[in-house]
Design a binder for this molecule. Structure first.
Ligand code: PLP
Length: 398
């Protein structure tokens, strides 16, 4: 089989030239110039760590919050820099007071680590977890809205809603859901792990109680960079997972939220310091505005999914308008093993080991089967998905 053409943009990344990398969605991938910039920051730290943490860092982190706020349209003082979306979800769920009378609503397509956090908090507090079943394949967004709103009771305290679901790659109607849920007095924790840099976000307009998003996924920032946005009226009840000096520092006009989140102990903060650089320079590097990058990736995944589905005679499981830059397809495989999320699927391994294709394949229970999730990033080429389709044609036959 002919090895596919690569997008010339791939030269800006360190990705292995031999691998057909179709999984930006899991951990992101960071351009070379961003990693160089991160190293430049690390050198600044080591030149004088005291000067860095006491003088340079507060200004750099303020610039990082300002750059994110400008990107996702919110007040930079409502943002906390955190390491990843998992810690954002934990921060919120473990700060709030739940009781035996409360319900936490979560769709069955939620990311398993976040589901675990909900279960952990519910077990500790006696709150009840209500799982909302969303069908897949799915014809339209209205089904999601109806299913979720039907699960709301007067006890529902919080709903964990994804912007884009991880196992099934569906773009949720999150703007409308936040609106409807918050209007009913339900706090929404928006899991926008697939958010900034992937889909347009206007946090002020969306109005969720809490939003967490990874910068290391679709913004291509270094690993360990994410944010948590907390609406002003709720900031008093949210505390970082690590309590540090911020709890007792005199307020001097700054909020406790700011003090507590701005210092959670000594750590490498270079991934946050480079965020303004990431936003301006990645876009310049590829010669596109961020809106163009997002549109490009969305179009590419639509074309790629269409090609694969046609080639393998599969009906696409959701309409194109429910796609972002990832797409999940159920493979035509009668043979599958019920695997837990922690066990590698044999097809995933075969694709990687025999064909150098890095793409996730997993078991999903409803309907039961093997699913593949493709990602599209600016460094990908349609030929790579065509190659995947031809390989799958062979693999699925065997
Ligand atoms: C929907 C969703 N939420 C949360 C996460 C967790 O992200 P992280 O590992 O960066 O915390 C992921 C990761 O893929 C995700 O897809």
């Amino acid at each position: 089989m002919k090895i596919p053409n690569k997008n010339p943009m791939i030269r800006f990344w360190n990705l292995d030239e031999e691998t057909i990398f179709l999984n930006h969605g899991s951990y992101g991938a960071t351009p070379k110039i961003v990693l160089e910039e991160q190293n430049r920051w690390r050198k600044i730290v080591e030149k004088d760590p005291v000067k860095f943490y006491e003088d340079i860092a507060p200004k750099a982190l303020l610039e990082a919050r300002k750059a994110i706020a400008d990107f996702v349209k919110c007040d930079y003082d409502d943002l906390a820099l955190i390491e990843n979306a998992t810690s954002g979800v934990n921060t919120v769920l473990r700060s709030l007071d739940f009781s035996i009378n409360d319900e936490i609503l979560i769709p069955n397509h939620a990311y398993q680590a976040c589901r675990n956090t909900v279960d952990y908090v519910a077990k500790k507090t006696g709150a009840k977890v209500i799982t909302c079943d969303i069908p897949f394949p799915i014809d339209n967004e209205q089904i999601i809205i109806e299913r979720i709103m039907n699960c709301v009771t007067e006890r529902t305290k919080l709903a964990l809603i994804d912007t884009v679901t991880s196992p099934t790659g569906i773009k949720m109607p999150f703007e409308e859901l936040v609106n409807l849920l918050e209007e009913k007095g339900v706090m929404v924790l928006l899991d926008a792990a697939h958010g900034i840099g992937m889909i347009p976000l206007n946090l002020e307009k969306i109005g969720a109680s809490f939003t967490t998003s990874n910068c290391h996924k679709w913004l291509c920032a270094p690993k360990g960079s994410a944010f948590l946005h907390v609406r002003k009226d709720l900031q008093k009840s949210i505390h970082p997972l690590t309590i540090s000096h911020g709890m007792t520092i005199p307020l001097d006009g700054t909020s406790r939220f700011r003090h507590e989140f701005d210092w959670t102990g000594t750590r490498d903060i270079s991934a946050w310091c480079v965020i303004p650089f990431v936003i301006s320079e990645t876009s310049k590097m590829v010669g596109m505005k961020w809106e163009e990058i997002m549109a490009h990736n969305n179009n590419l995944v639509i074309d790629a999914r269409k090609y694969i589905c046609e080639k393998l005679d599969i009906i696409p499981p959701c309409p194109d308008n429910m796609l972002s830059s990832i797409a999940t397809i159920k493979l035509n495989f009668e043979d599958f093993t019920k695997l837990s999320i922690h066990e590698p699927d044999s097809i995933h391994l075969e694709l990687l080991e025999e064909y150098n294709i890095q793409v996730p394949v997993w078991y999903w229970p409803n309907p039961e089967g093997r699913y593949i999730r493709i990602s599209a990033q600016i460094y990908n080429h349609l030929d790579e998905y065509k190659y995947l389709a031809s390989v799958l044609e062979n693999v699925c036959k065997n």
